[in-house]
Design a protein around this ligand. Sequence first.
Ligand SMILES: Nc1nc2c(ncn2[C@@H]2O[C@H](COP(=O)(O)OP(=O)(O)OP(=O)(O)O)[C@@H](O)[C@H]2O)c(=O)[nH]1
Length: 147
Amino acid sequence: MSGQRVDVKVVMLGKEYVGKTSLVERYVHDRFLVGPYQNTIGAAFVAKVMSVGDRTVTLGIWDTAGSERYEAMSRIYYRGAKAAIVCYDIKAQLFETSSKTGQSVDELFQKVAEDYVSVAAFQVMTEDKGVDLGQKPNPYFYSCCHH
Ligand SMILES: Nc1nc2c(ncn2[C@@H]2O[C@H](COP(=O)(O)OP(=O)(O)OP(=O)(O)O)[C@@H](O)[C@H]2O)c(=O)[nH]1
């Protein structure tokens, strides 16, 4: 086994626009480009050679497109993969819950209710007439936008 070359297929997974290509670009080319990368063919491949102990490991990284229109094609790229890096956007809020201990369960549902109330209040405010930036603030305006 010593000195052996190992090929490892890795797939990047996740919805579109979560930053899969940016992550690969940072790792492979050590750069970051502002704005989305255009992944027009459904997948891109890049190989990166590295050493792990006395082994030479070639990571064959398949960067799949997150768009649903490429979903069937992306599934083809999963085949034979030894690892998957699942990316998601932390703008989505994460709650680590335990149904066994009750950890963060109340907080999760409380946040759902709170978010609904604040979004619904904002919609009521903007739906009919839009937001008039020149209008005098009233108590309702302050209560939903400043807390
Ligand atoms: N601030 C910040 N922006 C990021 C980061 N990673 C990606 N982005 C931005 O997020 C957007 C989407 O990044 P992409 O790498 O194109 O996302 P993708 O998952 O490959 O998208 P698809 O190819 O459509 O599936 C771009 O505007 C990036 O500049 C990050 O770590 N921090």
